[in-house]
Design a protein around this ligand. Structure first.
Ligand SMILES: [Zn+2]
Length: 326
């Protein structure tokens, strides 16, 4: 009895407590080139999708996209932001576009634009419940456009075009990682409209030194089937587990036969990068004459609202004139 209690306590202190949290939990399989991350989104996700009256299927798709952005930024060495963007190629599509973003500090936000202008369109959304149904609105496989945008702080932005190779976001992204970076990657994403979660596992190329060392120790071929084993294990995780279990519980359930090392998790939170200064820059782009016309049309106040966070920025005639007087 005493020993049981003792063991239990030891286990609890070894695991980081990430229940009901918004986190990215990294893990490594010891003495192997395998690295992975589990993302769990709860409050940050709820806040994001509360900004607009999104149809259920879009809520879930945004959950998957936020999870994916939070996972993939963990694999790139940048200070900046990474966004995943979906763009319909068809003007009749019910989903116009969607984007989700995560920065190096774990600040996430997302936004989507969809059509619900008539009863037919509203009913079509009412009949959709899954993320993949919203994803299918991009058009048939091969149609629609998927991007990964990377904006390093103070650096040149980079855009990767993700091939629409599969009927779901996770497989398209895994395919992209494998094609573009030549890194075998497993990605699993899930969202139930209330919570979201996912896992990414990668087998990194060994460095020259690591290969030499492995050959010297004659252990280069010892665990050839590790990747096959991890692939099979990772596919067993259920969507309901990814959206409800603690990040470390997911890692434990999948890989308890392996030697897993998990550093401290990274916290993820909802946040927005909008500002009055950015609105002023946008007004500058419009031009003074047109901006003043808008002030007049809108009854004396030019209102700019942020779709990501619902913040409203107001500019009257004097404000607009001040922008151009500078
Ligand atoms: Zn905002």
């Amino acid at each position: 009895m005493t020993q049981d209690t003792h063991n239990k306590n030891t286990d609890n202190t070894q695991l980081h407590n990430t229940a009901d949290c918004d986190v990215r939990q990294r893990f490594f399989i010891q003495d192997s080139p395998v690295r992975g991350d589990v993302v769990r989104l709860s409050r940050s996700y709820a806040k994001t999708i509360a900004q607009k009256p999104y149809p259920e299927a879009i809520k879930r798709l945004l959950g998957e996209m936020l999870t994916a952005a939070s996972l993939i930024i963990g694999t790139v060495k940048i200070d900046g932001r990474l966004s995943i963007q979906l763009q319909s190629a068809d003007s009749d599509s019910l989903l116009n576009w969607a984007m989700a973003e995560c920065d190096q500090d774990g600040i996430i936000r997302a936004l989507a634009s969809w059509k619900a202008d008539n009863d037919e369109q509203i009913e079509a959304w009412d009949n959709m419940t899954q993320a993949n149904e919203a994803f299918a609105e991009l058009g048939a496989q091969g149609q629609g456009v998927l991007f990964i945008n990377i904006q390093p702080d103070g650096g040149e932005p980079y855009q990767g075009i993700v091939e629409r190779s599969h009927d779901n976001l996770a497989d398209c992204l895994a395919h992209y990682q494998k094609q573009s970076a030549q890194i075998p990657t497993l990605i699993n994403l899930a969202s139930d409209g209330l919570q979201a979660g996912g896992i990414l596992v990668q087998m990194l190329p060994r460095t020259f030194e690591e290969t030499m060392e492995a050959e010297q120790n004659q252990d280069a071929g010892i665990d050839d089937d590790l990747w096959t084993r991890l692939t099979i294990l990772t596919r067993t995780v259920k969507a309901s587990e990814l959206t409800t279990l603690d990040a470390n519980e997911i890692i434990y359930r999948l890989y308890n036969e392996e030697n897993v090392v998990a550093p401290d998790p990274v916290e993820l939170t909802f946040g927005c990068t909008c500002s009055r200064e950015k609105c002023e820059m946008a007004i500058e782009q419009i031009g003074e004459e047109e901006a003043l016309d808008i002030v007049e049309e809108q009854g004396g106040i030019f209102e700019m609202d942020c779709g990501f966070c619902a913040e409203v920025y107001k500019f009257d005639k004097d404000d607009v004139q001040a922008i151009f007087a500078e």
